[in-house]
Ligand binder design. Structure first.
Ligand code: NAD
Ligand code: UDP
Length: 313
């Protein structure tokens, strides 16, 4: 049995990871300040004697003896990370330093949840890990993009300077149950709008693309990454290479929900990337043939079922 710390564990991805690692028989400490996450996401785990839920902010050091750390604490939706951008930077940078310091002291392995946003508005398509990106350092998304880039730098410097065993994953747009219905991301927005019969808000002309990964595929990739040899730190892309425009996504969701919601067009947010698709060759090679297995329609069906139930509560 390993003792595993998950920061941001009460969030969307973190809650799925808590469940998976508990199912494997581990001792899990879930640490969260509940900014965008919720106790509701992990309430069903509270009776498990191997599970501990701790209210804590990662910008303050945390002390525990652990074998592995998954550092996920950080708001992920543009609405929330732009709400208090200085706090977002502190969470990314100071939070990563605190967790890397903990990994250094305990000898734990640490996995850093980085993002496809490190590629910015990419001029290389699909995005490979060797591409350094096209990020605006002074725009409204910079608190998140540059915060995550700095966290990657810290990981590699703790590795070079202190021999910390780090693992960097670059997560591409991920969706599924336990997303916050009010967090402003496109999948949750469109599903909730469709279910309520509200207008579907397309930002810009809807021709921008994203590649959507179902959360179970991501969690599998994260666990495989943590299990790789110590000499492999990544970064490695984890995402689904099937690319869709936002108009195509809206049409799938309208079809699956049977909703008669209308499309309305709203201004495109500043620095919104035009296209995004991961090259997952490295993940496939290093993570025992890892590749996403859940098709968009199947993943959307499961996510719609979750939101239907949530809206009835
Ligand atoms: P989320 O907002 O649901 O989860 C983030 C969690 O971190 C929340 O529970 C929140 O309360 C917590 N948190 C935020 N600031 C904190 C702080 N200072 N101290 C302690 N806890 C804090 O988002 P998510 O989608 O589950 O994202 C998890 C991680 O994965 C994030 O680091 C995010 O940047 C990364 N990521 C997610 C996606 C995606 O598509 N979902 C894509 C790329 C990267
Ligand atoms: N988007 C949209 N309508 C919404 C929310 C988002 O058209 O109600 C667009 C957004 O402009 C972006 C894409 O959907 O082009 C993905 O947005 P999200 O916030 O989910 O993720 P990110 O931009 O970080 O990839």
């Amino acid at each position: 049995m390993k003792r595993i710390l998950i920061t941001g564990g009460a969030g969307f991805i973190g809650s799925h990871l808590c469940e998976r690692l508990l199912d494997e028989g581990n001792d899990v400490i879930c640490l969260d300040n509940y900014f965008t996450g919720s106790k509701d996401n992990v309430r069903h785990l509270l009776d498990n004697r191997n599970f501990e839920l701790v209210r804590h902010d990662v910008i303050t050091p945390y002390y525990a003896e652990v074998d592995e750390i998954y550092n996920l604490a950080c708001p992920a939706s543009p609405v929330h990370y732009q709400y208090n951008p200085i706090k977002t930077l502190k969470t990314s940078v100071v939070g990563a330093m605190n967790m890397l310091g903990l990994a250094k002291r305990t000898g734990a392995k640490i996995l850093q949840a980085s993002t496809s946003e490190v590629y910015g508005d990419p001029s290389v398509h699909p995005q490979v890990e060797s591409y350094w990106g096209n990020v605006n350092p002074i725009g409204v998304r910079s608190c998140y993009d540059e915060g995550k880039r700095c966290a990657e730098t810290l990981c590699m410097d703790y590795r070079r300077q202190n021999g910390v065993r780090v693992k960097i994953i670059r997560i591409f747009n991920t969706y599924g149950p336990n997303m916050n219905s009010a967090d402003g991301r496109v999948v949750s927005n469109f599903i909730v709008q469709a279910l309520k019969g509200d207008d579907i808000t397309i930002y810009g002309d809807g021709s921008q693309t994203r590649s959507f990964q179902y959360v179970d595929d991501l969690v599998e990739g994260m666990c495989r990454m943590m299990a790789t040899d110590d000499d492999f730190s990544g970064p490695v892309n984890l995402g689904n290479p099937h690319e869709f425009t936002m108009l195509e996504l809206a049409s799938e969701i309208l079809d699956l929900t049977g909703s008669s919601s209308k499309l309305v067009f709203r201004p495109l947010p500043s620095d919104d990337p035009k296209q995004r698709r991961p090259d997952i060759s490295l993940a496939h090679e290093k993570l025992n043939g890892w590749e996403p297995t859940v098709q968009l329609r199947d993943g959307l069906r499961r996510t719609i079922a979750y939101f239907e139930e949530l809206l009835q509560r």
